[in-house]
Design a protein around this ligand. Structure first.
Ligand code: PLP
Length: 372
């Protein structure tokens, strides 16, 4: 039989998709490079592991795995409703917040319409936009010599908004840069958007923010009907493997997103773990502490090595060198250290390094010193 090129059959948005690049798993590195004892500081995972309360909750669910999960996530939604002071019908649960970002694209974009986001923004925004055949309109980031280097330029974002724009994606703090927006400026920006444009504020790293500077966009939902806030349990709560995140919005938007939600998209272990993790304030405090010390340790160490260090309010640091990040990454892999090269973001001479334990941070610094 003649072999067919199925790419021709695919819808245009899918035909041009480039898949998301994940951090290399430890297993794979050790198999490929024949190294042992390697560390992974590539996917912004929590070096403390998972909230112990979440692990206990998962154990409590094991006897009921034969049952479908609660399709509406009643208990988790109750807990989130109390946490954010919003009605449960303002919440959309996702298989990771990635899921809700895709629902947003499916609900509001199609060929002829566009999303707007910044030059160095989360890789899922272009993917979600393209998969539904819409256009991405990319605003130039702030210059490298700006006090918030490579961060979101709100004026440039605003200038990109037009009659075909339906979504604006803003991550605060941003990935892969770690940069942030001050609450009042972000609020003014949302307020300046025309009513046909929905602003998605992605707060995946908000638990790491040290000060009140960034604010909590979920508190602005009453004021802005066109605001959607996304959160995740993958980062500070240490539950990346379970896949659970959510969107907060007005009930009208949440209704649309929930219609798109595949039945049972959040599994029973994830529902139980997320609900327990939400109350584990002690774990979040420890996470914050080890992170802020680690940011200091990495910042100092990298500066000492002559690298450029982008200010970060998240659990990773973007750092620039005088040579290609791909090359440095290769040399780090040979030394059993996995970080994230960010050439796919157009940041050729940079690496993104997740904050680890003090020992892991020391290890990546020592490996870089050796290479440089
Ligand atoms: C990690 C991350 C997410 C969350 O992904 P999940 O699907 O919830 O694991 C969302 N936005 C940004 C900017 C991220 O870096």
């Amino acid at each position: 039989m003649k072999k067919r090129d199925y790419n021709d059959l695919a819808v245009p948005g899918v035909r041009e998709l480039t898949p998301y690049t994940p951090g290399k798993p430890i297993d794979e590195l050790e198999r490929e490079y024949g190294v042992t004892d390697s560390i992974k500081l590539a996917s912004n995972e929590n070096p403390l592991g998972s909230s112990p309360k979440a692990i206990e909750a998962v154990r409590g669910e094991l006897d009921d795995l034969w049952l479908y999960p609660d399709a509406n996530g009643f208990h988790l939604k109750q807990a989130l409703s109390a946490r954010h002071g919003v009605d449960p019908d303002c919440i959309t649960l996702g298989n990771g917040s990635n899921d809700v970002l895709v629902f947003l694209a499916q609900a509001f974009l199609q060929p002829g319409l566009e999303s707007v986001f910044s030059q160095y923004a989360f890789a899922v925004y272009p993917i979600a936009t393209q998969m539904v055949g819409a256009r991405a309109s990319i605003a130039p980031a702030l210059p490298a010599d700006h006090p918030m280097p490579l961060g979101h330029d709100l004026r440039a974002l605003f200038e990109r908004v037009g009659s075909d724009t339906r979504l604006v994606f803003v991550a605060n703090p941003n990935n892969p840069t770690g940069t942030w927006l001050e609450a009042q400026r972000l609020k003014d920006f949302i307020g300046s958007l025309p009513p046909h444009v929905i602003c998605v504020v992605d707060e995946a790293y908000t638990e790491y923010a040290e000060s009140d500077t960034l604010g909590d966009a979920s508190a602005w939902l009453d004021e802005f009907p066109n605001l959607v806030v996304t959160r995740t349990f993958s980062k500070a709560y240490g539950l990346a493997g379970l896949r659970v995140g959510y969107a907060l919005s007005n009930p009208g938007i949440a209704d649309l997103l929930n219609r798109l939600r595949p039945p049972f998209n959040v599994n029973s272990l994830a529902l139980a773990a997320a609900r327990a993790a939400l109350d584990d304030h002690e774990f979040i405090e420890r996470t914050r502490k080890i992170n802020s010390e680690g940011l200091g340790q990495l910042g100092e160490g990298l500066t000492g090595l002559g690298a450029k260090v982008i200010p970060s309010a998240a659990n990773f640091v973007l750092t620039g060198f005088d040579r290609p990040g791909g090359e440095l990454n290769e040399a780090l892999l040979q030394r059993g250290v996995i970080v994230r090269p960010v050439g796919n973001y157009g940041l050729d001479n940079y690496l993104r390094i997740t904050v680890g334990t003090p020992e892991q941070n020391e290890r990546v610094l020592a490996a870089l010193a050796d290479i440089l």
